[in-house]
Design a protein around this ligand. Structure first.
Ligand SMILES: *[C@@H]1O[C@H](CO)[C@@H](O)[C@H](O)[C@H]1NC(C)=O
Ligand SMILES: [Ca+2]
Length: 272
Protein backbone atom coordinates (compact mmCIF):
# COMPACT_ATOMS: atom_id res chain seq x y z
CA UNK A 1 0.00 0.00 0.00
CA UNK A 2 2.75 2.40 0.96
CA UNK A 3 4.55 1.49 -2.21
CA UNK A 4 1.40 2.06 -4.25
CA UNK A 5 0.88 5.51 -2.80
CA UNK A 6 4.51 6.26 -3.42
CA UNK A 7 4.30 5.10 -7.02
CA UNK A 8 1.14 7.08 -7.52
CA UNK A 9 2.80 10.23 -6.22
CA UNK A 10 5.73 9.73 -8.57
CA UNK A 11 3.43 8.96 -11.52
CA UNK A 12 1.37 12.00 -10.75
CA UNK A 13 4.41 14.24 -10.86
CA UNK A 14 5.35 12.65 -14.14
CA UNK A 15 1.96 13.33 -15.69
CA UNK A 16 2.07 16.91 -14.48
CA UNK A 17 5.54 17.19 -16.04
CA UNK A 18 4.31 15.97 -19.42
CA UNK A 19 1.99 18.90 -19.61
CA UNK A 20 0.37 21.27 -21.91
CA UNK A 21 2.34 24.44 -22.58
CA UNK A 22 1.87 27.16 -25.19
CA UNK A 23 -0.70 25.08 -26.98
CA UNK A 24 1.55 22.04 -27.38
CA UNK A 25 1.03 18.79 -25.54
CA UNK A 26 4.56 18.02 -24.48
CA UNK A 27 4.50 14.31 -25.04
CA UNK A 28 3.74 14.82 -28.70
CA UNK A 29 7.25 13.90 -29.83
CA UNK A 30 6.70 10.29 -28.78
CA UNK A 31 3.26 10.15 -30.23
CA UNK A 32 4.14 11.74 -33.53
CA UNK A 33 6.69 9.00 -34.12
CA UNK A 34 4.11 6.30 -33.45
CA UNK A 35 1.97 7.65 -36.23
CA UNK A 36 4.86 8.68 -38.51
CA UNK A 37 3.56 12.25 -38.56
CA UNK A 38 5.54 15.23 -37.36
CA UNK A 39 5.35 18.99 -37.40
CA UNK A 40 8.03 21.27 -38.85
CA UNK A 41 8.46 24.98 -39.14
CA UNK A 42 10.96 27.02 -41.14
CA UNK A 43 14.36 27.84 -39.69
CA UNK A 44 13.17 31.46 -39.63
CA UNK A 45 10.24 30.56 -37.35
CA UNK A 46 6.49 30.00 -37.44
CA UNK A 47 4.41 30.42 -40.62
CA UNK A 48 7.21 30.98 -43.10
CA UNK A 49 6.80 28.10 -45.55
CA UNK A 50 5.11 28.24 -48.94
CA UNK A 51 3.62 24.99 -50.22
CA UNK A 52 6.71 24.19 -52.30
CA UNK A 53 9.01 24.95 -49.37
CA UNK A 54 6.93 22.82 -47.00
CA UNK A 55 7.26 19.91 -49.42
CA UNK A 56 11.02 20.49 -49.45
CA UNK A 57 11.27 20.45 -45.65
CA UNK A 58 9.60 17.03 -45.46
CA UNK A 59 11.72 15.71 -48.32
CA UNK A 60 14.96 16.71 -46.53
CA UNK A 61 14.12 14.19 -43.86
CA UNK A 62 13.05 11.49 -46.29
CA UNK A 63 9.32 12.10 -45.80
CA UNK A 64 6.39 13.67 -47.61
CA UNK A 65 3.65 16.08 -46.66
CA UNK A 66 1.10 14.18 -44.56
CA UNK A 67 -2.40 13.56 -45.86
CA UNK A 68 -5.45 14.69 -43.90
CA UNK A 69 -6.10 11.03 -42.98
CA UNK A 70 -2.56 10.55 -41.67
CA UNK A 71 -2.81 13.71 -39.57
CA UNK A 72 -6.16 12.53 -38.20
CA UNK A 73 -4.72 9.08 -37.37
CA UNK A 74 -1.92 10.81 -35.43
CA UNK A 75 -4.40 13.10 -33.72
CA UNK A 76 -6.41 10.10 -32.51
CA UNK A 77 -3.40 8.90 -30.52
CA UNK A 78 -2.72 12.30 -29.02
CA UNK A 79 -0.90 14.43 -31.60
CA UNK A 80 -1.88 17.98 -30.73
CA UNK A 81 -0.27 21.08 -32.19
CA UNK A 82 -1.57 24.61 -32.21
CA UNK A 83 -0.05 25.69 -35.53
CA UNK A 84 -1.51 25.43 -39.03
CA UNK A 85 0.60 23.54 -41.53
CA UNK A 86 0.57 22.42 -45.13
CA UNK A 87 -0.63 18.91 -45.86
CA UNK A 88 -0.64 16.85 -49.04
CA UNK A 89 -2.14 18.54 -52.14
CA UNK A 90 -2.05 22.01 -50.58
CA UNK A 91 -4.52 21.48 -47.76
CA UNK A 92 -3.85 23.41 -44.52
CA UNK A 93 -4.89 22.59 -40.97
CA UNK A 94 -3.81 21.45 -37.53
CA UNK A 95 -4.66 18.65 -35.10
CA UNK A 96 -6.49 19.44 -31.85
CA UNK A 97 -6.88 16.82 -29.12
CA UNK A 98 -7.76 19.00 -26.20
CA UNK A 99 -10.38 21.70 -26.68
CA UNK A 100 -9.38 25.20 -25.71
CA UNK A 101 -10.77 28.62 -26.48
CA UNK A 102 -7.42 30.06 -27.58
CA UNK A 103 -6.65 27.29 -30.04
CA UNK A 104 -8.96 25.44 -32.40
CA UNK A 105 -12.10 27.47 -31.65
CA UNK A 106 -12.95 25.28 -28.64
CA UNK A 107 -13.37 22.16 -30.78
CA UNK A 108 -11.40 18.96 -31.18
CA UNK A 109 -10.48 17.34 -34.51
CA UNK A 110 -8.49 18.62 -37.46
CA UNK A 111 -9.04 22.34 -37.82
CA UNK A 112 -9.28 22.42 -41.60
CA UNK A 113 -8.50 25.53 -43.64
CA UNK A 114 -9.18 23.54 -46.80
CA UNK A 115 -7.21 23.32 -50.05
CA UNK A 116 -5.53 26.67 -50.49
CA UNK A 117 -5.88 28.34 -53.87
CA UNK A 118 -2.88 30.53 -53.14
CA UNK A 119 0.10 28.22 -52.69
CA UNK A 120 2.34 31.18 -51.80
CA UNK A 121 0.65 31.57 -48.44
CA UNK A 122 2.99 30.80 -45.58
CA UNK A 123 2.26 28.12 -42.99
CA UNK A 124 4.16 25.36 -41.18
CA UNK A 125 4.38 21.78 -42.47
CA UNK A 126 3.01 18.39 -41.42
CA UNK A 127 5.26 15.62 -42.70
CA UNK A 128 4.78 11.86 -42.83
CA UNK A 129 7.56 9.30 -42.73
CA UNK A 130 6.65 5.83 -41.44
CA UNK A 131 10.27 4.63 -41.62
CA UNK A 132 11.54 7.22 -39.20
CA UNK A 133 13.90 9.99 -39.98
CA UNK A 134 17.17 9.02 -41.59
CA UNK A 135 19.08 10.75 -38.83
CA UNK A 136 18.30 11.40 -35.20
CA UNK A 137 15.79 9.47 -33.12
CA UNK A 138 14.41 8.97 -29.65
CA UNK A 139 17.06 7.74 -27.20
CA UNK A 140 16.11 6.20 -23.87
CA UNK A 141 19.29 4.28 -22.92
CA UNK A 142 21.12 5.58 -19.82
CA UNK A 143 24.28 6.06 -21.88
CA UNK A 144 24.84 6.55 -25.60
CA UNK A 145 27.08 8.14 -28.16
CA UNK A 146 25.37 10.44 -30.64
CA UNK A 147 27.17 10.82 -33.96
CA UNK A 148 26.58 13.11 -36.89
CA UNK A 149 25.17 11.10 -39.81
CA UNK A 150 27.88 8.99 -41.47
CA UNK A 151 30.51 9.69 -38.77
CA UNK A 152 33.55 9.22 -38.95
CA UNK A 153 32.95 10.23 -42.55
CA UNK A 154 31.92 13.81 -43.24
CA UNK A 155 28.23 14.54 -42.86
CA UNK A 156 26.16 15.31 -45.93
CA UNK A 157 24.60 18.55 -47.11
CA UNK A 158 20.96 19.39 -46.36
CA UNK A 159 20.61 17.38 -43.17
CA UNK A 160 18.15 18.04 -40.39
CA UNK A 161 18.35 15.62 -37.47
CA UNK A 162 16.57 15.66 -34.14
CA UNK A 163 17.73 13.53 -31.23
CA UNK A 164 15.24 13.37 -28.39
CA UNK A 165 16.84 12.06 -25.21
CA UNK A 166 14.25 10.75 -22.76
CA UNK A 167 15.51 9.32 -19.50
CA UNK A 168 13.78 8.13 -16.35
CA UNK A 169 11.92 10.68 -14.33
CA UNK A 170 14.34 12.27 -11.84
CA UNK A 171 17.45 11.57 -13.90
CA UNK A 172 19.47 14.27 -15.57
CA UNK A 173 21.45 14.16 -18.80
CA UNK A 174 25.15 14.90 -18.84
CA UNK A 175 26.48 15.74 -22.33
CA UNK A 176 30.20 15.44 -23.11
CA UNK A 177 31.42 16.55 -26.51
CA UNK A 178 34.07 14.08 -27.69
CA UNK A 179 34.73 15.39 -31.19
CA UNK A 180 33.31 18.42 -32.88
CA UNK A 181 33.89 19.87 -36.34
CA UNK A 182 31.15 21.72 -38.22
CA UNK A 183 31.49 24.29 -40.99
CA UNK A 184 32.67 27.44 -39.27
CA UNK A 185 30.99 30.82 -39.53
CA UNK A 186 30.61 33.59 -36.99
CA UNK A 187 26.88 33.24 -36.31
CA UNK A 188 26.64 29.50 -37.07
CA UNK A 189 24.18 30.13 -39.90
CA UNK A 190 25.48 27.43 -42.26
CA UNK A 191 25.80 24.21 -40.29
CA UNK A 192 25.06 23.98 -36.61
CA UNK A 193 24.13 21.88 -33.64
CA UNK A 194 21.57 23.23 -31.20
CA UNK A 195 20.94 21.94 -27.71
CA UNK A 196 17.62 22.40 -25.92
CA UNK A 197 16.97 21.62 -22.28
CA UNK A 198 13.41 20.50 -23.06
CA UNK A 199 11.09 18.16 -24.95
CA UNK A 200 11.33 20.04 -28.22
CA UNK A 201 13.30 22.63 -30.17
CA UNK A 202 11.10 25.50 -29.07
CA UNK A 203 11.73 25.79 -25.34
CA UNK A 204 14.85 25.68 -23.16
CA UNK A 205 17.42 26.85 -25.73
CA UNK A 206 20.93 26.22 -24.37
CA UNK A 207 23.20 27.03 -27.29
CA UNK A 208 24.02 26.86 -30.99
CA UNK A 209 27.42 25.46 -31.89
CA UNK A 210 29.59 25.30 -35.03
CA UNK A 211 33.29 25.41 -35.92
CA UNK A 212 35.84 23.12 -34.36
CA UNK A 213 36.08 24.19 -30.74
CA UNK A 214 34.73 21.56 -28.33
CA UNK A 215 31.67 22.98 -26.55
CA UNK A 216 31.70 22.74 -22.74
CA UNK A 217 29.83 19.95 -20.97
CA UNK A 218 26.11 20.47 -20.45
CA UNK A 219 23.86 19.05 -17.73
CA UNK A 220 20.09 19.12 -18.21
CA UNK A 221 17.74 20.43 -15.54
CA UNK A 222 15.25 17.60 -16.17
CA UNK A 223 15.09 14.14 -17.73
CA UNK A 224 14.68 15.26 -21.33
CA UNK A 225 16.83 17.02 -23.87
CA UNK A 226 16.65 17.75 -27.59
CA UNK A 227 19.58 18.06 -30.00
CA UNK A 228 19.09 19.45 -33.49
CA UNK A 229 21.65 19.26 -36.27
CA UNK A 230 21.28 21.24 -39.48
CA UNK A 231 23.59 21.42 -42.49
CA UNK A 232 23.10 23.70 -45.48
CA UNK A 233 23.62 23.06 -49.20
CA UNK A 234 27.43 23.33 -49.41
CA UNK A 235 30.67 22.53 -47.52
CA UNK A 236 30.75 19.66 -45.09
CA UNK A 237 33.35 18.80 -42.45
CA UNK A 238 34.17 16.04 -39.98
CA UNK A 239 31.04 16.10 -37.85
CA UNK A 240 30.67 15.24 -34.19
CA UNK A 241 30.53 12.58 -31.51
CA UNK A 242 28.75 13.42 -28.29
CA UNK A 243 28.42 11.12 -25.31
CA UNK A 244 25.56 11.41 -22.87
CA UNK A 245 25.29 9.73 -19.49
CA UNK A 246 22.30 9.52 -17.14
CA UNK A 247 22.95 11.16 -13.78
CA UNK A 248 20.83 9.63 -11.02
CA UNK A 249 19.26 11.84 -8.37
CA UNK A 250 20.76 11.53 -4.88
CA UNK A 251 18.82 8.80 -3.06
CA UNK A 252 18.40 10.54 0.29
CA UNK A 253 15.36 11.67 2.24
CA UNK A 254 16.57 15.19 1.78
CA UNK A 255 16.03 14.84 -1.94
CA UNK A 256 12.38 13.93 -1.48
CA UNK A 257 11.89 16.75 1.00
CA UNK A 258 13.28 19.22 -1.47
CA UNK A 259 11.42 17.82 -4.43
CA UNK A 260 8.13 17.17 -2.66
CA UNK A 261 6.08 20.27 -2.49
CA UNK A 262 2.75 18.66 -3.36
CA UNK A 263 0.29 17.27 -0.82
CA UNK A 264 0.64 13.85 -2.42
CA UNK A 265 4.37 13.86 -1.80
CA UNK A 266 4.00 14.94 1.81
CA UNK A 267 1.43 12.24 2.54
CA UNK A 268 3.70 9.65 1.02
CA UNK A 269 6.62 10.84 3.01
CA UNK A 270 4.82 10.70 6.33
CA UNK A 271 3.65 7.15 5.60
CA UNK A 272 7.17 5.86 5.08
C1 LIG B 1 -0.90 34.85 -52.09
O1 LIG B 1 -0.38 34.91 -50.76
C2 LIG B 1 0.75 35.72 -50.62
C3 LIG B 1 1.27 35.54 -49.20
O2 LIG B 1 0.24 35.69 -48.26
C4 LIG B 1 0.40 37.14 -50.94
O3 LIG B 1 1.53 37.97 -50.81
C5 LIG B 1 -0.14 37.21 -52.37
O4 LIG B 1 -0.58 38.52 -52.64
C6 LIG B 1 -1.31 36.25 -52.54
N1 LIG B 1 -1.72 36.21 -53.95
C7 LIG B 1 -2.97 36.35 -54.34
C8 LIG B 1 -3.22 36.23 -55.81
O5 LIG B 1 -3.89 36.57 -53.57
CA1 LIG C 1 27.69 23.37 -44.83
Amino acid sequence: MILLVFLFAVQWDKIAGWGYKNGILHNSIWLEQAAGVYHREARAGKYQLTYIEAKGVCKFEGGKLATYQQLEAARKIGFHICAAGWMDKGRVGYPIVKASSNCGFGKTGIVDYGYRLNKSERWDAYCYNPNGKHCGGVLTDPKRIIKSPGFPKEYENNQICYWHIRLKYGQRIHLHFLEFDLEDDISCLSDYLEVYDSYDDVHGFVGRYCGFELPAEIISTGNVMTLKFVSDASITTGGFQIKYIAVDPPKTKKFWHDAGSTTADKNTYSLS
